[in-house]
Write a new protein. Structure first.
Length: 270
């Protein structure tokens, strides 16, 4: 079994144009165990160790990694082994390669359990500093499919709410929700609170929901809002939520950056 300390560099650069650029390097040491007698490939052991450190907060966004050649020399591994480990984490969206900078840690992806909670509540509970930009708030008669989801009477009005949700200053999701107008929140509330929180203050308690999860490519507008390329992979979720009495009180259609977000489920044999 090989135990080594892996180092990452975090740089602080003085960007004032009238001053010389100076760099302060902070070194974070990470103890990792590699078991050469294990049937688990070394690249996978290395990738798992670094991933655990990123998700656990030991390595922070902006930390700069050694290049794969230096890393291979330090760990007495082959360069293809370290290259493959790093590529695994790049593919997962945990590391990014930047020309002239090297390989850096990026913001950890948002892990969300598939439960009856709101994204705002989940992010706040995880300490992810959620923020909301209200893109649209209109009141009117909805399209037929929305009216059917909410089981509305003909000509009944809903509030259509479209928001951009970010975490730690980085865009994460575009969310469109439809709420019967008699329980709809005020636009100002949505800048600082989650939708479900505003409903709870109105005495509406969501007890059950029907949810569908899928995937598709980003449109040009979505790509611009989410800081992604046109055609980038998005996760999608549509949900119809019901209150204590069984009445439909909310229908939502959301899309999330697949590079920054994933759903987590537990499957049980019955």
């Amino acid at each position: 079994m090989l135990v080594f300390a892996y180092t990452a560099e975090r740089s602080s650069v003085d960007t004032a144009p009238s001053q010389d650029r100076s760099e302060l390097t902070v070194v974070a040491a990470l103890a990792v165990e590699l078991d050469r007698s294990s049937p688990v490939p070394l690249y996978f052991q290395l990738a798992q160790a670094i991933e655990g450190a990123i998700l656990g907060g030991e390595l922070a966004p902006g930390d700069r990694f050694e290049n794969e050649l230096a890393l291979a020399k330090r760990l007495n591994l082959s360069r293809p082994t370290t290259r493959r480990a790093i590529q695994e984490l790049v593919d997962k969206g945990l590391l990014v390669r930047k020309r002239g900078v090297g390989t850096q840690v990026v913001q950890s992806p948002v892990h969300r359990p598939v439960e009856l909670t709101s994204l705002f509540d989940d992010l706040a509970r995880a300490g992810q500093a959620p923020t909301t930009k209200l893109l649209e708030f209109t009141v009117g008669v909805p399209a037929e499919d929305v009216a059917a989801e909410l089981n509305l009477e003909p000509d009944a009005e809903v509030a259509t709410i479209r928001r951009l949700r970010s975490t730690n200053g980085e865009p994460l999701a575009v969310m469109t929700n439809y709420i019967p107008v008699d329980i709809a929140p005020d636009p100002e509330e949505l800048e600082t609170q989650g939708l479900y929180q505003t409903l709870r203050t109105r005495g509406v308690h969501i007890r059950v929901a029907r949810q569908r999860i899928g995937a598709r490519a980003a449109t040009r507008e979505e790509a611009g809002l989410l800081d992604e390329k046109v055609g980038a992979a998005l996760l999608t979720m549509s949900r119809t939520a019901f209150d204590d009495s069984g009445s439909a009180v909310e229908y939502g259609s959301h899309c999330y950056r697949a590079s920054r977000y994933y759903f987590d489920t537990t499957v049980v044999d019955r």
